[in-house]
Design a protein around this ligand. Structure first.
Ligand code: AMP
Length: 291
C-alpha cells in the first residue's frame, strides 16, 4: 500500500491510474477503521482496478469541539488494515492543506440536510460535502463508496454528485453490524462495558418498528410512538431523534405511511452515555404493501 499525505501526490497518482486506463474506487473515512469501512473497500476492490482510501478527521463536520477531541484515532491499525485488504493508495489528509488559513469556500446541499442529523448538528453536512467535494477533485474516482448506516449522508453526497455533474458514481452499501446487532462505528470504542451492552437496543427498537409497520401499522405517529417506547426501555439511551420519513427524507404529509412509493426510513440518533450513535432501518417500496 502506498501512503501519501500531500494533495498533489494523490492527484498525480490518481491521474496516473486513469491515464493507464485503470478504474479508481474511492472510500473516504475519518479513520479508526473497522469492518464497516472494510466492507466498502472490498466492494471497491470487486468493482475497480485501483482502490483509494482517505483518512482525514475533518474538523468542519464536527459541531462540538469535545466530540472531535474524543474521536478515536488508530493510524497504525488503519494502515495495517488497508494493507491487509489490498488498498492501493491511502491518502492521509492534512488540515494545513485541506483547511489552510483563509479557507472560505463551501459546498452545501440544502433541502436534504434539513431533517434528522442536519437539524441537530448545524453545519455538519456542509463540512462533509465541502471536504468530500475537495477529495473528489483530488482523486476523481470512477466510483465512491458510502455506508447506509449514514443514510442521510449518502443521500446528500449522491445529490451533490448529481447536482454538480461530478463524474463519480455513488455506491451505497448495507450497514455492517456486530453479532448482537449494534452497527459498527468508530465511536463504539468509546462505550463503557454497560453502555456497550445497552447500545444494541437501538437496532432492536428499529427492527421492532420495522416489523410493526410491515404488520400493518399505517400511522406515522403510531410507528414513532412505538419506536420511542421501545427505545425508552433501555435506561442508558437518551434519544436525540426518532423519526419515520420517506426514502427522500421527506415527511409523510398525510400522517399515513401508505402509499410509500419512495420507501420508508426509520432513523434514530441516541446518546449512550456521552457517545452519540446513529442507526436506521429501511423498508423498500415493494415491501410496504398497499393502503
Ligand atoms: P466514517 O469514517 O464514520 O466517516 O465512515 C466512512 C464511511 O464508512 C461512510 O461512508 C460510512 O457510512 C461508512 N460506514 C461507517 N460505519 C459503517 C458500517 N457499520 N457499515 C457500513 N458502512 C459504514
Amino acid at each position: 500500500v502506498r501512503v501519501i499525505d500531500s494533495a498533489e501526490g494523490v492527484r498525480a497518482w490518481c491521474a496516473a491510474y486513469r491515464s493507464a486506463g485503470l478504474s479508481v474506487g474511492f472510500v473516504p473515512t475519518l479513520g479508526a477503521l473497522h469492518d464497516g469501512h472494510f466492507s466498502l473497500v472490498r466492494q471497491a476492490r470487486r468493482e475497480c482496478d485501483r482502490v483509494v482510501v482517505s483518512v482525514y478527521l475533518n474538523p468542519t463536520q464536527f459541531d462540538a469541539a469535545a466530540d472531535l477531541e474524543k474521536y478515536p484515532s488508530t493510524p497504525e491499525q488503519d494502515l495495517e488494515g488497508c494493507r491487509r485488504e489490498g488498498v492501493d493508495l491511502v491518502y492521509l489528509g492534512r488540515r494545513a492543506e485541506l483547511l489552510p488559513g483563509g479557507f472560505q469556500s463551501c459546498v452545501e446541499v440544502t433541502e436534504l440536510t434539513r431533517p434528522l442529523c442536519g437539524a441537530v448538528r448545524p453545519g455538519h453536512f456542509r463540512g462533509v460535502t465541502t471536504v468530500v467535494a475537495q477529495l473528489f477533485h483530488l482523486v476523481a474516482p470512477h466510483r465512491a463508496y458510502f455506508g447506509l448506516k449514514d443514510f442521510q449522508q449518502a443521500a446528500v453526497i449522491a445529490r451533490m454528485a448529481g447536482d454538480l455533474k461530478l463524474q463519480t458514481e455513488i455506491r451505497r452499501l448495507p450497514t455492517v453490524r456486530e453479532p448482537d446487532g449494534l452497527a459498527m462505528s468508530s465511536r463504539n470504542e468509546r462505550l463503557g462495558p454497560l453502555e456497550r451492552k445497552a447500545a444494541p437496543a437501538i437496532h432492536r427498537a428499529l427492527e421492532a418498528a420495522r416489523r410493526r409497520i410491515l404488520a400493518g401499522e399505517d400511522l406515522v405517529s403510531g410507528a414513532v410512538a412505538f419506536l420511542r417506547e421501545r427505545l425508552g426501555e433501555e435506561p442508558l439511551l437518551r434519544v436525540e431523534y426518532a423519526e419515520v420519513l420517506d426514502g427522500a427524507l421527506a415527511p409523510f404529509a398525510s400522517g399515513r405511511l401508505r402509499p410509500a412509493a419512495r420507501g420508508i426510513l426509520i432513523a434514530v440518533a441516541a446518546y449512550c452515555g456521552s457517545t452519540r450513535l446513529i442507526d436506521n432501518a429501511w423498508i423498500a417500496p415493494e415491501e410496504v404493501g398497499q393502503p
